[in-house]
Design a protein around this ligand. Sequence first.
Ligand SMILES: *Cc1c(COP(=O)(O)O)cnc(C)c1O
Length: 390
Amino acid sequence: MLDIARIRSETHGVEKVLHFNNAGSSLMPRPVYEAVKRVLDLENELGGYEVERRMAPELDAFYTEFAGLLNAKPHEVAWVENATRAWDMAFYGLPLQPGDRIITHASEYVSNYIALLQQAKRRGLEIDLCPSDESGQIDVAALERLIGPRTRLIALSHVPTQGGLVNPAEAVGRVAKAHGLFYLLDACQSVGQIDLDVQKIGCDILSGTGRKFLRGPRGTGFLWVSDRVIDQIEPPFADMRAADWTADQGYTLAKGARRFETWETYVGGRVGLMEAVRYARGLGLPAIEARVSGLAAELREGLSGLHAVRVRDLGVTRCGIVTFEKAGLEAREIYEALRVQGINVSVSNHSSARLDFGARGLSSLVRASVHYFNDEAEISRFLGAVEALK
Ligand SMILES: *Cc1c(COP(=O)(O)O)cnc(C)c1O
């Protein structure tokens, strides 16, 4: 059981706002805020390189904390400044040839899809869109049928940015393994709210961000690459952290996931994100997952009971992201009306979810995303505010 009173007392923001925008950027817990601030203060006093030296134990703990979080090995983890670049560092480095086929799904993240389109154009790759089953999640039977001799990669978002759907990542992992395909999982919206285990999921690569459900600072992210495939991936950029200049005309790529990192980094962000992972693990991911899905189910049920409100989440399993619409009001108007009352949500638009919203005839939805530090009183207040909107 989580001690919600203590957790809330360690979350300064809950005194100021009703924060249902954890899928956008969550509120940091105090130890995270203090870790970042401490680095900044020390840099101000002592100098950046000197502080990095002093922070070496915390910077090493970045890798072991993530390894613990994901059931991985520390050398399979890379620090990257955001999830998009983390995903890119792996995707752009995969050994794909002209004519190779990539399978993805309508829930794929906008920036990933743009990268797929760009690489399809530049490298002559083909994209196959796997259909959804009747619940809206990726159809695993259809996935199996879609695989052909040139299929090389499955790229999937575990949880889309625009809805509560949780794709069946483990079932997809079994298919990927059976057919010897690379499996790249975007876990940006699942890490920190769902208990992830890369061995169970069976993915080869997993990317995530710091500021969302992990409650880390902005401008932070990570990449996990299984040591089964690291040596097959040539990073699209290599610098003096990713490689050693071992001969006048030669270099050697670093071992492990370090080859996906860059030399210059945001030290305060790395320490802050490490602290965020430590904090989440201290609470326990199974307890976090249960709390988040419970609150979200309560919110969905409450919203469904309101006049003119329709909840639009897809999937068999649903997470802390709740999307809805209210007849007669634009999502933007709802967002604004809530914002002036100190209630934070966000809006998901067709322009960043074309395949998903296009197929469902949607232009935009309100996205309310809860975290474990939210509580029932906030849900009641939120429901009252949505009910009162005209
Ligand atoms: C937010 C998000 C990203 C991008 O994360 P950044 O850290 O902003 O680069 C990728 N995938 C999904 C599913 C997201 O929701």
